[in-house]
Design a protein around this ligand. Structure first.
Ligand SMILES: *[C@@H]1O[C@H](CO)[C@@H](O)[C@H](O)[C@H]1NC(C)=O
Ligand SMILES: *[C@@H]1O[C@H](CO)[C@@H](O)[C@H](O)[C@H]1NC(C)=O
Length: 398
């Protein structure tokens, strides 16, 4: 009896030591190659806890580390992955991550939030699927623009020296990506995919950030492909295809007090197809002041775009504004160069500036936009601006 019991104890303590050994071995392995695979953190179909724990271990690592979500389809609830971390950190997503369908399960404005991380890479062939279809159909934002309560797919807050590569964001319930307070953040081969009729699903919204690069990316969605909020400086957008959607927009500006200046916006070599707008700068009338300057749009192909080139300082969606006083936002040093393709409406170029603060130094060079429908050919309309026109100008009027 005694012997048998002893034997069992020996066996069980051997099992315990062996498990401890395995645990140590796996931890050691994670540390030695720097890879923290969520599936070794007890991930089932729902990887929320496993991802949170893998991230914590990786973030505490003093050597560069990588959290891996391998191929497969997983459920992910609301999650915040925060720094500061002890060294450079990567998150490689090869799987498909599905958000809860019910927006009430994602209170607080976001699904996945990355914050306070330096030297961060988010990459992989994976997808963040916001499963927004039900939320869009319930949404009242089309009528009231009151969409704040719906969660965005991904928020980047105060991220520095970072790269987002290859990842796809689809069917977000609200904006796909929001960039706030970031510095030196690049999106490369990034994809956004949502139907043209999905409400308020901006591709990438940037605000209060410096040195943001969006390169060789493909954005099709129900609102702006890229929207630029106040305090954005040194934004470079190149090789982006946009459509369906509402185009690439600076603004809307001047809706809130104390907005910070927008400056250094460079949009180059982009293709915009079947959208409501092409390249646009917009501000609200009658409200607050602001400054937007040094914005350049060059080498852009438009395919069947309703308003290919537009500055709109009487921006007033859903009649939610007063036209009593002009916009107080000052726009200057803007160029539109080598803009070619087709307009879906007769007014291919519309530069409607503020009567209180006329636009300064607006250049139009080599504008070759055709309109083939009734009421053609393509024209341009300008108010409160004296644009400097050079090269080809296919849309006469300004
Ligand atoms: C910007 O971030 C990238 C990616 O982390 C890094 O390689 C590069 O050195 C950073 N640039 C500057 C000026 O710090
Ligand atoms: C322009 O953008 C396309 C992607 O839309 C890319 O394939 C091409 O290399 C870019 N050209 C230049 C000169 O950057």
């Amino acid at each position: 009896m005694a012997n048998k019991k002893m034997g069992l104890e020996v066996v069980s303590s051997a099992i315990i030591s062996f498990s401890v050994f395995l645990l140590l071995a796996s931890t050691t392995q994670a540390q030695s190659n720097g890879v923290f695979d969520v599936t070794t953190y007890g991930a089932g179909k729902d990887i929320t806890e496993a991802l949170t724990n893998a991230w914590k271990s990786a973030c505490a690592s003093t050597k560069a580390s990588k959290v891996l979500i391998p191929s497969g389809t997983y459920w992910l609830r609301r999650v915040t992955l925060a720094g500061p971390c002890k060294a450079a950190i990567k998150l490689q997503v090869d799987g498909i991550l599905q958000a809860p369908v019910d927006p009430d399960k994602l209170s607080g404005g976001h699904w996945v939030n990355f914050r306070y991380i330096d030297q961060f890479t988010l990459s992989g062939r994976g997808t963040f699927d916001g499963q927004g279809k039900v939320a869009w159909s319930k949404s009242t934002c089309q009528k009231y623009k009151d969409c704040d309560s719906l969660p965005m797919n991904i928020r980047f807050d105060f991220i520095t020296n970072a790269l987002v590569r290859d990842i796809t964001s689809r069917d977000s319930k609200n904006f796909h990506v929001n960039v706030l307070g970031c510095k030196n953040l690049t999106f490369q081969h990034f994809t956004v995919r949502a139907p043209g009729e999905s409400v308020n699903t901006d591709g990438i919204h940037i605000g209060r950030s410096t040195g943001i690069y969006i390169i060789d990316s493909k954005i099709g969605t129900g609102d702006d492909c890229i929207s630029v909020g106040d305090g954005t400086e040194e934004l470079h957008i190149t090789g982006v295809t946009c459509g369906p959607g509402h185009g690439i927009s600076v603004g809307s500006l001047g809706k809130y007090p104390n907005e910070k200046p927008v400056s250094g916006i460079f949009v180059k070599n982009c293709t915009i197809s079947d959208t409501t707008n092409g390249v646009r700068i917009k501000s609200w009338p009658n409200l607050y002041g602001g400054v937007a300057s040094n914005m350049h749009f060059e080498d852009i192909v438009m395919n069947n775009v309703q308003n290919p080139v537009i500055i709109d300082q009487v921006y007033c969606p859903w009649n939610q504004c007063s036209l009593k006083a002009p916009s107080k936002v000052k726009i200057s040093d803007v160029s539109f160069k080598s803009i070619r393709g087709t307009s879906a409406t007769p007014v291919a170029v519309r530069i409607a500036c503020s009567s209180g603060f006329p636009c300064q130094n607006v250049k139009l060079a080599n504008i070759n936009l055709a309109y083939r429908g009734p009421g053609g050919p393509a024209k341009s309309q300008c108010s409160n601006v004296k644009p400097i026109i050079s090269g080809i100008m296919s849309a006469s009027g300004c």
